[in-house]
Design a protein. Structure first.
Length: 115
């Protein structure tokens, strides 16, 4: 996925992103690719989104949720940083709409590429 996946994480590094359908799609693609490639987060913001997304996926996609949560926790430990609370993830704009993100992630995990 290269550029598309990278752009989602770069957007998060620049502060609170402006959420559009395209940026949401990029974030969802990045998360799905991270699970498929077993890619570790590379920043605390990325780790926070992994951990938050793991909570959204844990009831239907336990394997993906376990990977995302474990990868985030490993990052926090290695970087010696504390995770944001879930309300703070939303307040900081790292995720715009939790219910929508869950829906989009579940659709993508089901193999639906367009919504």
């Amino acid at each position: 996925m290269g550029n598309r996946a990278d752009s989602a994480w770069e957007c998060l590094q620049e502060g609170a992103p402006v959420w559009t359908r395209a940026s949401e799609a990029s974030l969802v693609a990045s998360l799905v690719d991270a699970v498929a490639q077993q890619r570790a987060p590379m920043s605390d913001r990325e780790a926070d989104v992994y951990r938050f997304s793991a909570q959204l996926l844990k009831s239907r996609y336990q394997h993906a949720a376990t990977f995302l949560n474990d990868a985030a926790r490993q990052f926090y430990e290695a970087a010696n940083v504390l995770p944001r609370s879930f309300p703070q993830v939303l307040a900081d704009g790292l995720v715009d709409d939790a219910a929508r993100l869950r829906h989009l992630l579940e659709k993508r995990m089901d193999g639906v590429r367009a919504w």
